[in-house]
Ligand binder design. Structure first.
Ligand code: NI
Length: 159
């Protein structure tokens, strides 16, 4: 497995807009596999390509229900509201309160460039929003209500 370096807040790559994937290539397949390895190694629940320095619209997520790969993801429906702690592998050891929709439906392509749709509530809905924001150069820290606070490793859910 190949781990990639996770870029941290302050790196300008995290503020840039990512480009859509036009076709699947061996390089992008490798990127996706490396992103999954990197996310699991860092014990995160999600990772977006810009976090490893690649401005392409690719996201991986695993909230404990198995890996989800999203190529060119779009939120096509959302409803409800949840407010809770959110973290990010690019802001290690920190979390802050963010309000997100409680239900999100996403349309994307999978690793074979086949159309897929996912529905998520709670943590998965939060992860979809958080990771797709990364593809547009946005960090959760822009949305935090109140102050960021330190988290202990045990109760940490970093995206
Ligand atoms: Ni993040």
């Amino acid at each position: 497995m190949a781990l990639r370096t996770i870029r941290t807040e302050g790196d300008s790559v995290l503020t840039k807009k990512s480009r859509p994937i036009k076709e699947m290539t061996p390089r992008i397949r490798d990127l996706i596999v490396d992103m999954l390895d990197t996310m699991y190694d860092a014990m995160g629940v999600g990772l977006a390509a810009p976090q490893v320095g690649i401005l392409k619209r690719v996201v991986v997520i695993d909230v404990g229900e198995g890996p989800i790969v999203l190529v060119n993801p779009e939120i096509i429906e959302s409803s409800g509201e949840q407010t809770g702690d959110e973290g990010c592998l690019s802001v290690p050891g920190m979390a802050g309160q963010v309000t997100r929709p409680n239900y999100v439906k996403v349309k994307a392509l999978d690793i074979n460039m086949e159309e897929v749709e996912y529905e998520g509530t709670e943590l998965l809905a939060r992860a979809f929003c958080h990771e797709i924001d990364h593809l547009d150069g946005h960090m959760y820290t822009e949305l935090v209500e109140g102050e960021l606070h330190r988290v202990t490793y045990e109760d940490d859910e970093e995206e």
